[in-house]
Every structure is written in structure tokens, then in C-alpha cells.
Write a protein that binds this ligand. Sequence first.
Ligand code: ATP
Ligand code: MG
Length: 419
Amino acid sequence: MDVVRRLKEAGFTALWAGGCVRDHLLGKTPKDYDVATDATPKQVKKAFAKRKTVDVGASFGVIMVVGPRGAGEVEVATFRCDGSYSDGRHPDSVTFSSPEEDAQRRDFTINGMFFDPLEHKVLDFVGGARDLSQGYVRAIGDPHARMTEDKLRMLRAVRFTASLEFGLARATKAAVTEMASQIHVVSAERIAAELRRMLTDQHRHIAVALADEVGLLREILPEVVMPGSGEAPEENDGRKPQVVLATSENLSPQLSALRLLQQPSFELAFAMLLRGVSNIEAICRRLKLSNDELEKTAWLVRQQDALREPDKLTLAQLKRLLAHPFRDDLLSLMRATLLAEHADPHPVLFCEQFLEATPPKVLNPPPLVTGNDLIALGLKPGPRFKQLLDEVRDAQLNGELADRSAALEWVRARLDVKS
Ligand code: ATP
Ligand code: MG
């Protein structure tokens, strides 16, 4: 409001624009506020000479105004219309223009409105208010043309439809369905960013189901739609392996479990979606996820069933799992999986009680024997060295070794047997 007021004082038109208007009208707190104005970037900078401004996209006419401490920043963009799109993602050029034209370049009617926060007036050139009240995500103008310009809009359509619990307007949905195979024009990073937002949203199961329905899921995560596609075919009588049809049917267990996750991390929701899929690392790399995301997702998928029968694990196995840094996500994964299967939640309760009853120094005690001890015993680091360390750690966690000297004795005995 401050930014709008300042621009108006300087004699310009200034309005809230796009997503923040949508969220404001829905009574939600916007993630970020954008202001649109008839001031040129130069004039914007001049109007905010006393504030810090950053050229975030000078060629697109976007200036970021940094607010007072704690207030965040506001992107101020000059009303513009976009030129042609030749790369399927970005306009080749932009021209400064009017609010009417600026509305036309936006993706969906609900994202195409302006709001004057001082006068409390909505400016709607695209029928956004009606779609917002009726609950539709509808492309502005010809859906096919708009998706052709910028293919990222296909994923945005799915994300907004799911997160708002709206319907996707028929022609818009048809355009997305028809063009889904062209999503690969969009960079892996942007696809992953959309996936992160869809999967951490409360309506993640709706997003996945809709992405499946319009054919985007098959493009982005074929492994999920066609389980086994990344694995070696099973041995059979020499005929071609059976192709699993791409239907939502084999997705439904994941969808119920996804729905049951409560405020999951991205990795947890992603691991749930990837249940039963084998080549997790390759998928994460293809989507250019961070190494941390890859590590956590892959671990969670690998251990997805490890806590199904916790009372059948050795003490060492149980302690290792429950002392792991990703333990809380693993327990949430197990809880939602069991709930989705209408199975007894006992395994999770068992683990929670075990954790409550087990002090940290029993759950994850300092090792009795370290690599230095093995070196002192004349061993050289290598696979066998590592294995021995793991074994003595297991014995310790299983409560088989009273103290350090017992542990060293145990190692020596193993060495004698082996040699
Ligand atoms: P959120 O911030 O919650 O993701 P948003 O609608 O604010 O939703 P932003 O990415 O912040 O999304 O973009 C702000 C506005 O810019 C949008 O509301 C829309 O009007 C316009 N916009 C963003 N991306 C596109 C796009 N790919 N094509 C056309 N218009 C877009
Ligand atoms: Mg926004």
C-alpha cells in the first residue's frame, strides 16, 4: 500500500496486480505483492530515490522496491504487453502499454485482475472476478495460443486448479491435454519448482491426479505412471514384458497416502509419490534437485517399508533407523501409508514408544570402537574395514558389548577367526 501511495503521490497510476489480487479477494495472504504502474522503470526508481531499488528485469520494466526492515520487497512493473514468443517460454520483447493490455498478457483470468488498495476498487478486464467466484481456472484468450507461448502455464494451470480446489475450464484443460508432451521446453529447474509447490500444498493429491489426467505426469515422471519402466524386465518365457497401462488406477494408493500427509517436506511427499519406483537418483538428477533433496528422497524411498514390522527388527536395525536424521519423515511416511491401507497403526506407535523410552545415549551412543582402533590393530581402510566397523557397531547397539575393552576383545576375536 505504501508503494502504491508513493507512486500515486508522484502522479502515476499504481495498482496491485495478478496473484496478490486473487489471494486478497479470496481472503488469503498473498505469497508476494506485485504492483503495476504506468510509470517507466526510470520514473519508478526516481519515485523511490530514498528507498533501495533493484533492477530485477529492467528490460521487462520490473523494479524491486525494498521495503523497510521486515516488510519485504515489492516488484513494481510497468504496464506492458508481450511481444512474440519464440522459445516456448519467454517473450522476445515487451512494450510498455495500458492496464487493459497488461491484463491480456497474464496467464489465467483469476490472475489477470488489478486492485486499487486505496480506493478498494477491482479492475477486471478479463472476467477474473466471475471465474474466481465460480471457481474456474481459465486461460485468458485462446488457451491453445497461450499455452503455446509459454508451456510453463500448463503446470501453473494444474497447480492453481488443485490448490484453490477449482475446476479447470474445459477448453483450457483440452489445450493442456493436447500439448502436455511439449512441457520439456520448460527447464528442469522450473518444472521442479512447480512440483515442489504442488507437493507441499495441502491439495497435493488433487494436483497429482490432475497432472495425470491431462498427461503431464507421464511426461515429467513416467516412472510413477508406469511402474517398472525404469527396471530391468522380469524374466519370463521369452515374450515381451507386459506393459503396464498408464492409468490413474495404479496411482490410487499413492494418492490416498499423499492426501494423508500433514504439512510434509517436499522430499517426504515426493518419496510417497515415488513409492515402489527404483531409479530415484536418476529421477532427482533429471529434475536437477539439490543433493540434499536427492539424498533425503532416495533414503525415504529405500526405507519406505523398513518400519512396517519394527518388532521383527534387531535392536541395532531399529536404533539405526530411529536415530537417523530423516527419522521423523520416515515415521510420517509409514503413518500415512498404513492409514491409506486401512492397516493397524501399531508399527508407528511402537516406534514412538521406543523413542520415548530410549534415551539418546542408548539410541545412538558414541561408538566403542573407531577406525583409529582398527588401524592400531593393523587393519587398512577398505571394504572389509568398513564392514568390521559396522558389525562391531551392530553388536554395540544390540547391547552385546558391555564396554570398550569388551568391544576391542570382540574385534580381535573376529580378526583371529578370519585370519
Ligand atoms: P503465487 O505467487 O502464489 O505462485 P501468482 O499468481 O502470484 O501466484 P507469480 O508467479 O507470483 O504467481 O506471478 C504473478 C503474476 O504474474 C501472476 O498472477 C500472473 O498474472 C503473471 N504471471 C506469472 N507467470 C506467468 C506466466 N508464465 N504467464 C503469464 N502470466 C504470468
Ligand atoms: Mg505471486
